[in-house]
Design a protein around this ligand. Structure first.
Ligand code: FUL
Length: 457
């Protein structure tokens, strides 16, 4: 068991996964015929003429994205209706036959570059327009399109696939050749991360509502991620059970209870994705979600060992809706208010403790009761190791109170001690005379803990 835990602790991210963690918060852009037909899934028979965003301005998209502090954009180059936002040489169902005749992928990629943010694309394998769909030849068609996008639009940080798979005209489902798609991406854009339900680089969190798990492990059983690299041997109970019941909605994917039965572990972190509105595509009558909901999702994504991928759907004019722009600015202002002012602290690690149970003492410049968050970061480049921790507050009069109990940490854990939407946390009553120190006590870990930083704000 001990050897296996040490192996689990040493499962490491790739360079491209580390770069992805640093991007933290980025935008999805769902745009295409559905924007004009008021649908979420097109049928593939929409005439090209309907795609006519007369005021299209991708710089306005980038401005909105940056107003929220997001650092990248992922554009739906092709959604399930098969319509291409770039003039693909392999189909007539694209912008080249629309009234605007503009290469939206190029304009978006250029706008990202001008604005200093990353660019990536979504390419739906499910294509309801192409007649080859459902036959092996469709994989060639798909790879040709993928190659166009990978070779003609500069650096790509992200290729986002979804697993939706309908029936083609022959009534057959397509067998997607993911190993071939992955090979192409590695060949032309080796720094790009690839998303699919189960990796290889980034996996789906299991819902589209922005809901995170209580303990989000990036180190998970390879049984779930067949295209990710398995980095360990079998769990100690691999012969005495199996993990066939696991799905990406399961609560504790990487918990000890599961990994002991695993045939080997991979490093495959989750992305939390949701739309700013109920739909992925723009619909006039929909309103953006509340500031509270977006803020909470940020805390449970960027602040829970994931990244946050927030969709902003352009209107029929080809602009991000002003209602959404307003909400994005409010979100940024709130994030800056909550996390922008770090409280001066001195952090020392207590000498002589067990390597898997380090204790960090955080001393304030003066007794305080105005702190709201403790932000913990493991050095994820060395693996994800902490299983559980607690935060204890020491008051001026020398009393100790357990304040927060957490599970794993990973890249970043935002421990929320007070909530801007819920008023005063009853716990803060205990420190109304001021806390002089906080103690972060790791209570269990898979191997020696490497904490990268501890911040209080
Ligand atoms: C899903 C699609 O079916 C939705 O339309 C949307 O694009 C979402 C991000 O992925 O699988």
């Amino acid at each position: 068991m001990n050897t296996f835990l040490k192996e689990a602790a040493a499962v490491k991210p790739s360079e491209r996964q580390l770069a992805w963690y640093d991007i933290e918060f980025y935008a999805f852009i769902h745009f295409g015929p559905n924007t004009f037909t008021d649908r979420e899934w097109g049928q593939g028979n929409e005439p090209e003429e309907i795609f006519n965003p007369e005021k299209l301005d991708c710089d306005q998209w980038v401005e909105a994205i940056k107003a929220a502090g997001m650092k990248g954009m992922v554009l739906t180059a092709k959604h399930h209706d098969g319509f291409c936002l770039w003039p693909s040489a392999y189909t007539e169902h694209s912008v080249k036959n629309s009234p605007i005749k503009r290469d939206v992928v190029r304009e978006a990629a250029d706008a990202c570059r001008r604005g200093g943010i990353k660019f990536g694309f979504y390419l739906s394998p499910w294509d309801r327009n192409n007649e080859l769909y459902g036959t092996p030849a469709y994989n060639d068609y798909f790879c040709n399109q993928l190659t166009e996008l990978l070779t003609q639009y500069g650096d790509i940080f992200y290729v986002w696939f979804d697993n939706a798979c309908g029936e083609g005209p022959n009534g057959k489902k397509q067998e997607y050749d993911f190993p071939r798609y992955i090979e192409l991406i590695r060949k032309y854009q080796p720094q790009a991360v690839i998303f699919n339900d189960f990796g290889p680089d980034i996996r789906w969190c299991g819902n589209e509502a922005g809901i995170a798990r209580h303990a989000e492990w990036a180190v998970i059983p390879g049984e779930l991620c067949k295209y990710s690299e398995v980095q360990t041997g079998e769990g100690p109970m691999a012969e005495e059970g199996d993990l066939s019941f696991l799905y990406n909605t399961s609560q504790s994917l990487g918990g000890l209870d599961n990994i002991i039965y695993s045939k080997g572990l991979t490093f495959t972190p989750a992305e939390i994705n949701m739309s700013i509105r109920p739909g992925w595509f723009w619909h006039q009558e929909e309103e953006p979600h509340s500031l509270e909901r977006l803020f909470r999702t940020y805390v449970t994504s960027v602040g829970a060992n994931c990244c946050f991928h927030l969709n902003l759907p352009p209107t029929k004019d080809g602009l991000i809706d002003e209602r959404d722009v307003k909400r994005l600015k409010e979100l940024r202002a709130l994030l800056d208010k909550e996390f922008g002012n770090k409280i001066p602290v001195a952090v020392t690690k207590k000498e002589g403790g067990f390597p898997t149970q380090p204790r960090y003492e955080i001393t304030f410049d003066k007794p305080r009761n105005d702190f709201k968050y403790v932000i913990l970061r493991e050095d994820i480049s060395k693996g994800q190791r902490v299983e559980s921790f607690q935060i204890i507050v020491e008051t001026r009069d020398g009393m100790n109170y357990p304040f927060y109990q957490g599970t794993t940490i990973g890249n970043r854990k935002i421990c929320q001690l007070q909530d801007p939407f819920a008023g005063q946390n009853p716990l803060t009553k205990t420190i109304e005379y001021g806390a002089s120190r906080l103690i972060v006590q790791v209570t269990s870990a898979r191997d020696e803990v490497f904490m990268k930083s501890i911040e209080v704000c």
